[in-house]
Design a protein around this ligand. Structure first.
Ligand SMILES: C[S@@+](CC[C@H](N)C(=O)[O-])C[C@H]1O[C@@H](n2cnc3c(N)ncnc32)[C@H](O)[C@@H]1O
Length: 195
C-alpha cells in the first residue's frame, strides 16, 4: 500500500521548512496577492501553509482528503476545513469566486476530474490559481519519466504530469502559465471559468 498524506502529516512541515524559508514563501505570497473575490476554495489545504497569506475580509474554505493533514491545519487556519476529495466536491454548482491549489495536483489520481469539479463549483467568471510542480522541460523530464512509476508506487506522487495542459482540457480558459524555475518544474497558473 502506498504512503498517504495521513502517514506523512507528522513530518510534512519539517520536511517543507527549507523550501518554505526560500522561494516557496515568495511564490505563495505572489499567488495570494492576485486572488480575487470573498468566497474562496482552497483544495488540498494540507497543514495550512497558505494561511498566513489569506486575504483579509474573505472566507477561505479549505478541503483536503487527509484528515491528519487537516488536524495539523486546525491550529493555523481560522476558516472552515472539510475532509473531502477534489474529485468529488461536497458543494453546489457556482458557489465560489476563486479557487486555489498549491502542490496538490501531483497527487490527485484523476487530475482532469478534479479540475472539472473545481470548475463546477466556481461562479461563471471565477478564477483558479495554482502553483504546481510538473514535468521539467529540460533533460530532467526524461529522468522524471523514468522515476514516475516508483514515486507513484511509493506515495502516489506523479512527477511527470503536465498539469498546465490539463487545466485547458478541463474546460478552463488559461490566462497565465509562468515558469517559476528556469527548468519549468514549478509553474504558476491562472485560469478562468468562461471567456
Ligand atoms: C504536498 S501537499 C500540499 C499541501 C498545501 N497545499 C501546501 O501548499 O503546503 C498535498 C495535499 O493535497 C492533498 N490531496 C491530494 N490529493 C487530494 C485529493 N484528491 N483531494 C483533496 N486533497 C488531496 C493531500 O492530502 C495533501 O494534504
Amino acid at each position: 500500500m502506498p504512503l498517504t498524506f495521513d502517514h506523512l502529516a507528522p513530518i510534512y512541515d519539517h520536511f517543507m521548512l527549507p523550501f518554505e524559508r526560500g522561494a516557496l514563501r515568495r511564490w505563495r505570497e505572489l499567488l495570494w496577492k492576485e486572488v480575487k473575490g470573498k468566497y474562496i476554495l482552497e483544495v488540498g489545504v494540507g497543514t495550512g501553509a497558505n494561511a498566513p497569506f489569506y486575504p483579509d475580509g474573505g472566507t477561505v474554505v479549505g478541503i483536503d482528503r487527509s484528515r491528519k493533514m487537516l488536524l495539523k491545519a486546525k491550529g493555523r487556519v481560522g476558516h472552515p476545513l472539510i475532509v473531502a476529495d477534489v474529485q468529488n466536491l461536497p458543494f453546489g454548482d457556482a458557489v465560489f469566486d476563486s479557487a486555489v491549489s498549491t502542490l496538490v495536483f501531483c497527487s490527485v489520481r484523476e487530475p482532469v476530474v478534479g479540475l472539472r469539479e473545481i470548475r463546477r463549483v466556481l461562479k461563471p467568471g471565477g478564477y483558479l490559481y495554482m502553483i504546481e510542480h510538473v514535468r521539467p522541460e529540460d533533460w530532467k523530464g526524461k529522468v522524471f519519466d523514468l522515476i514516475n512509476p516508483l514515486t507513484v508506487f511509493i506515495m502516489e506522487e506523479y512527477v511527470n504530469r503536465r498539469t498546465h495542459l490539463m487545466v485547458g482540457e478541463a474546460g478552463f480558459t488559461v490566462l497565465k502559465v509562468k515558469n517559476l524555475t528556469s527548468d519549468g518544474l514549478f509553474k504558476y497558473m491562472v485560469a478562468r471559468k468562461g471567456p
